[in-house]
Write a protein that binds this ligand. Structure first.
Ligand code: PEP
Ligand code: MG
Length: 539
């Protein structure tokens, strides 16, 4: 029996057949046609009609507002001048697909400066690719199973890919992607058992039966239920956990689901996840509606909303972010303020309207803050936009070293351990080969967390943790012992994290944190903490 090791996500195992997800087909390179320009033009006409017909289908399913956008797009796609420009390219020898993409690209120069048209052009470029794909007979969509029960296996899945997971996806294995990749985050929140960063999964083939065993950090080919690794179980000794456990959400569905758990409010609402496939800037009205629904549905307690964290692994189409050599070190999170201040203001204003409409307690925070000055600027902007508690995420080592400067200026901080690990260890969170450095049990991360908790306390700023590390029940006990005042976990983990934090006293959690702080490597650290927790359970 073959055992493949990786990094487990979740506490439940699943057994099902493998479904290999093929990499999305690439468009063929620009090419000339064989000489028959008339036939090529006919091919182009037919492909445009086919894509228009598909748009009409989508338009019927969409609401009234979106239907108008689809109609406008269809008009642009079927525009005769555009066809003539493409026809001229065909006369010059280019094949139909290449000619149409070139014709649409030429609009960029003609309409430069017309912002409204530029927004439409992004959609039109996407449609041009669909026309070319239709001609080449390739599919640009992700090929996922729609019925049955499958463990899907792929390189890694982008946030847009994971949004397409159907109920037929009962387990996920990725060859790349680390413990903090978006595949891991989404699987944890949807309670889909997963093993990520599993390089040996390259050899898995359609139809093989596999056991996805996340607690054992492994996949067993042909494995059965007797091989499932059991998670350590905590026995709650008090009704309430020693610190509040909130839930992480990214959509209305998440919010509704989180309300069915015992979560004390929401500790991280990732607003960018609403906009990963939006090509046009959502209006204040549209944002207010979405936020009001999500706030109203959320579990009782405060709701911590993060302003847009676009860029790097979370592209948001309407922000038209430039290509960067090192996107994780580039323009992302709060740094969008330079080019997209209007959007940030729109978001804060819409959120204030949603706060009033829902009657909920809202806290707002900005992601990827690197300096105290950025934190102060954000606090000023947020306080001038609404009546919420204001905070920042601590995700960069630089801000972790500057918390003393925030005394009296901020209400709270929330540590994003996913990015903090990435920047502390200089280890790309998307790089499967670096998963070990992104392990939250790394002593250097735990020592930095201890400093953050202490410095926040000294500055009179409340501190919490909302990165994936807080979804690990044993790690959550360490966080409470280090001095954090709340944790926020993936909604599927709220129950387990609450049990762990109800099974110890604060003093016991502090002893456990001491054990973690005295370790000098990740494996020993986790083992020593689990050992200490097992002893406490017997007391
Ligand atoms: C983090 O970095 O830990 C975090 C919570 O933010 P995200 O995973 O969305 O980058
Ligand atoms: Mg982050």
């Amino acid at each position: 029996m073959e055992v493949l090791s990786g990094l487990g996500v979740g506490l439940n195992a699943v057994r099902a057949e493998v479904f290999r997800v093929k990499p999305q087909a690439a468009l063929p390179a620009a090419a000339k046609h064989a000489g028959d320009a008339a036939a090529e033009k006919l091919t182009l006409r037919n492909a445009i009609s086919a894509v228009s017909a598909h748009l009409a289908e989508l338009s019927e399913k969409a609401g009234e507002t979106s239907a108008e956008i689809f109609e406008a797009l269809t008009m642009l796609l079927e525009d005769e001048d555009l066809f003539d420009t493409a026809a001229a390219e065909i006369e010059a020898g280019w094949n139909a697909g290449t000619a149409f993409i070139a014709a649409v690209d030429s609009l960029e120069e003609i309409f430069a400066g017309d912002d409204a048209f530029m927004e439409r052009l992004v959609d039109l470029k996407d449609l041009a690719k669909r026309v070319a794909a239709h001609i080449a007979g390739v599919s640009l969509g992700l090929d996922l199973p729609s019925s049955g029960r499958f463990v899907i296996v792929g390189e890694d899945f982008s946030p847009a890919d994971t949004a397409q997971f159907t109920d037929a996806v009962v387990g996920v294995i990725t060859i790349k992607g680390g413990p903090t990749s978006h595949t891991a985050i989404i699987c944890r929140s949807k309670s889909i058992p997963a093993v990520v960063s599993c390089a040996q999964a390259e050899g898995l083939l359609d139809g093989m039966e596999v056991l996805v065993d996340p607690v054992g950090d492994r996949v067993v080919v042909g494995g059965d239920d007797t091989m499932i690794t059991k998670a350590i179980s905590f026995v709650a000794k008090s009704l309430d956990p020693i610190i509040p456990v909130r839930a992480n959400i990214g959509s209305l569905e998440d919010s509704i689901q989180a309300a069915t758990t015992a979560a004390n409010g929401v500790g991280l609402f990732r607003t960018e996840l609403l906009y990963l496939s939006e090509n046009t800037v959502p209006s204040r009205q549209k944002q207010t509606k979405a936020y009001t629904e999500i706030l109203s549905a959320a579990p009782e307690g405060p709701i911590v909303v993060r302003t847009i964290d676009a860029g790097s692994d979370k592209p948001v189409p309407f922000l038209h972010m430039p290509h960067e050599e090192n996107p994780a070190l580039g323009i992302r999170g709060y740094r969008l303020i330079t080019d997209h201040r209007d959007f940030l203001v729109d978001q804060l204003v819409s959120l204030e309207a949603a706060r009033v409409a829902s009657g909920r307690e809202v806290w707002v925070m900005a992601p990827m803050i690197a300096t105290a000055q950025e934190a102060l600027d954000f606090a000023e902007l947020a306080r001038s936009s609404g009546s919420y508690k204001v905070g920042i995420m601590v995700e960069t080592p630089s801000i972790a070293m500057a918390l003393g400067d925030l005394s009296g200026k901020l209400d709270f901080i929330s540590v994003g351990t996913n990015d903090l690990s990435q920047y502390l260890f200089a280890a790309d969170r998307m790089n499967a080969g670096l998963g070990a450095l992104l392990n939250p049990w790394q002593p250097a991360l735990i020592r930095m967390l201890a400093k953050i908790a202490q410095d926040s306390e000294a500055a009179g700023v409340s501190s919490g943790v909302c990165g994936e590390s807080a979804s690990d029940p044993a790690f959550a006990v360490v966080l409470a012992g280090l001095g954090f005042k709340s944790v926020s976990a993936s909604r599927s983990q709220v129950g387990a994290v609450r049990s762990a934090l109800s099974s110890v006293t604060l003093e016991q959690a502090q002893q456990v944190a001491k054990v973690a702080l005295s370790s000098n490597n990740a494996e020993n650290c986790k083992a020593a903490v689990l050992d200490a927790l097992a002893k406490i359970a017997q007391e």
